[in-house]
Write a protein that binds this ligand. Structure first.
Ligand code: SF4
Length: 447
C-alpha cells in the first residue's frame, strides 16, 4: 500500500486467511481506491482500519481476534469482515468497541460501513485503478476466484455455514477478469474456489460468451478458455471426480499446467466417510495412476488430516500405504483439531494428542522421502521457470510444479539479467526434499 499523500480519507486493511479471503480483500481495496480513498500501510496513518478475518480453525480465529485487538489499540476505528464475521457475537463479545461486523464476501456491506464511518471523498479518481482491479499479490501472478461457497458438508468444516452454497461466477466474467490481468502483466493465474471441480453445477453449466464464442460454465471449458491466454494456468482445490479426467489432455496440449492441487485429506474409506468428503467413494489411487500414465510429468499436491476422531492404527497405516503408492509430489498435513460449530465435534473416539503427534511425524517423514525421490527424477531436465525474486545473481524461481507460498522453489545460480516475472529455461542440477537447484539452460557450470 502507498502512504497517503493528499487529504483523502485513508483506510488500512489487514488481510488474514486463505487466498479466497485475499481475493475478497482485493475487491475491497479496489473499490475503496476507485472511490478515491487512500490505503495506508500502518495503523497510525489510517483514519479507519478494516480487518478481514479468518475463522477456519481455532488458531486462525485466535489470530483474528488478536489482530482486531491490536488494531483497536493502535488505531481505534475498526471494521471487521470475513469468515469470522459470520458469527458477529464471537467478535463483539471480546471486542465490543468495533464499529461494525460483516461476513465473508460482502464487499458491498464493507463499503457501506466505511462510508458511514469515514465519508467518501468528493473526487473519485477512477483512473487511479487499473482495469481488473488492484491486486495484493506480486505483479506477475494473481488468484482468480471462479466461485464462492460450497455445496458439501465435510464434517470438520464450517465454510459452507460461513460462505453459503456454491455460486459460480459466469464464465465470461471470469475470462474478462483473467484477460485484463494478463494484459496488465500477470504471467500466472491461480484458479481458486472452495471446489473447483464443481464449477457451474449451481447454474446447470449454462452457456456464456467470451471472444464471441459459446462456452459452458464448467471447469473443462474454463480451463480450455484460460489456455488461450499467454499465462500459466494452475488449478487449485480440485476434487477427484471422474470428469477431472478430461482436464488431463488439456495439460498435454500445454493449455494448463500439469499440476493439480487436490485436498485428499485421508485414504481410509471409513474416515473419508466420517469426514463426509466429496468423492469419498472414488478409487482415487487408480485415478492418480491413470492420470500419471496419460501425463507422466503431472505434479500433484495435496493436504491431509491425521488424528481425525475414530482414526484407528489400521486407518493410519492404510493412509501411509496409500501415500507410498500414490507418490504425491507435494503434501501438507495437519493434526486434527476441532473447529467450533463443526459436525465432527460430536464424533466419538477422539485420538489422543500424543498419538496425533506421533502419526504426524511418521506421515511427514514418509512424505519427505517420497518428495525427495520425485524431485531427484527431475535432475538433468530442462524446464521453464518463473522468477519470483532476485538475490544478487541468484534467482528464486518456481517451476510448473510449484505454486507460490505453498510449494518449493527453484534456486537458479548465475541468473544473469533475468527480472522478476520472467520465464527462463533452466537445467535442473540438484534437489533436496523441497527445492530444486538449477542453472540457466545452455550455460556451462560456473567454475
Ligand atoms: S469441500 Fe468440504 S472442506 Fe472444502 S469448503 Fe466444502 S465443506 Fe469445507
Amino acid at each position: 500500500m502507498n502512504a497517503p499523500d493528499t487529504d483523502s480519507p485513508t483506510v488500512g486493511l489487514v488481510s488474514l486467511g486463505c487466498p479466497k479471503a485475499l481475493v475478497d480483500s482485493e475487491q475491497i481495496v479496489t473499490r475503496l481506491r476507485s472511490e478515491g480513498y487512500r490505503m495506508a500501510p500502518r495503523y497510525e496513518q489510517a483514519d479507519l482500519v478494516v480487518v478481514n478475518t479468518c475463522g477456519f480453525i481455532d488458531s486462525a480465529k485466535a489470530e483474528s481476534l488478536e489482530t482486531i485487538g491490536e488494531a483497536l489499540t493502535e488505531n481505534g476505528k475498526v471494521l471487521v469482515t470475513g469468515c469470522m464475521g459470520a458469527k458477529p457475537e464471537d467478535i463483539t463479545r471480546i471486542h465490543p468497541k468495533v464499529l461494525g461486523v460483516t461476513g465473508p464476501h460482502q464487499a458491498d456491506a464493507v463499503l457501506a460501513s466505511v462510508h458511514q464511518h469515514l465519508p467518501r471523498p468528493h473526487d473519485p479518481r477512477i483512473d487511479l485503478v487499473p482495469p481488473g482491479g488492484l491486486k495484493l499479490t506480486p505483479g506477475h501472478y494473481a488468484y482468480l476466484k471462479i466461485s464462492e461457497g460450497c455445496n458439501h458438508k465435510c464434517s470438520f468444516c464450517i465454510i459452507p455455514d460461513m460462505r453459503g452454497k456454491l455460486r459460480s461466477r459466469p464464465l465470461g466474467m471470469v475470462m474478462r477478469e483473467a484477460e485484463s490481468l494478463v494484459e496488465r502483466g500477470v504471467s500466472e493465474l491461480l484458479v481458486i474456489s472452495q471446489d473447483t471441480s464443481a464449477y457451474g453445477v449451481d447454474v446447470k453449466y449454462q452457456t456464456d460468451y467470451w471472444r464471441e464464442r459459446e462456452w459452458e460454465t464448467r471447469i473443462h471449458d474454463l480451463a480450455r478458455a484460460l489456455g488461450e491466454l499467454e499465462a500459466w494456468v494452475r488449478l487449485h482445490y480440485v476434487y477427484p471426480y471422474p470428469h477431472v479426467d478430461r482436464l488431463i489432455p488439456l495439460m498435454n496440449e500445454g493449455l494448463i499446467l500439469p499440476y493439480l492441487d487436490i485436498p485428499f485429506q485421508h485414504a481410509s474409506k471409513r474416515i473419508l466417510k466420517a469426514m463426509k468428503r466429496p468423492a469419498a467413494a472414488e478409487n482415487t489411487l487408480e485415478r492418480v495412476w491413470r492420470w500419471r500414465e496419460q501425463c507422466p510429468h503431472l505434479v500433484i499436491r495435496s493436504t491431509f488430516i491425521v488424528g481425525f476422531p475414530g482414526e484407528t492404527k489400521a486407518d493410519f497405516e492404510q493412509l501411509l500405504e496409500w501415500l507410498e503408492a500414490a507418490e504425491l509430489d507435494r503434501v501438507g498435513c495437519f493434526q486434527y483439531s476441532p473447529v467450533e460449530g463443526a459436525a465432527a465435534n460430536a464424533l466419538p473416539d477422539p485420538v489422543p494428542e500424543a498419538v496425533k503427534e506421533e502419526r504426524w511425524h511418521r506421515f511427514m517423514a514418509c512424505q519427505a522421502e517420497i518428495s525427495a525421490r520425485r524431485l531427484k527424477h527431475r535432475i538433468g531436465q530442462v524446464e521453464p521457470v518463473i522468477i519470483d525474486r532476485l538475490e544478487d545473481n541468484t534467482a528464486i524461481a518456481r517451476s510448473y510444479g510449484d505454486a507460490p507460498e505453498i510449494d518449493g522453489q527453484v534456486i537458479v545460480e548465475n541468473a544473469g539479467h533475468a527480472t522478476v516475472g520472467d520465464f527462463i529455461d533452466v537445467e535442473i542440477t540438484g534437489a533436496d526434499q523441497h527445492d530444486l537447484f538449477a542453472r540457466p539452460a545452455g550455460r556451462p557450470p560456473a567454475t
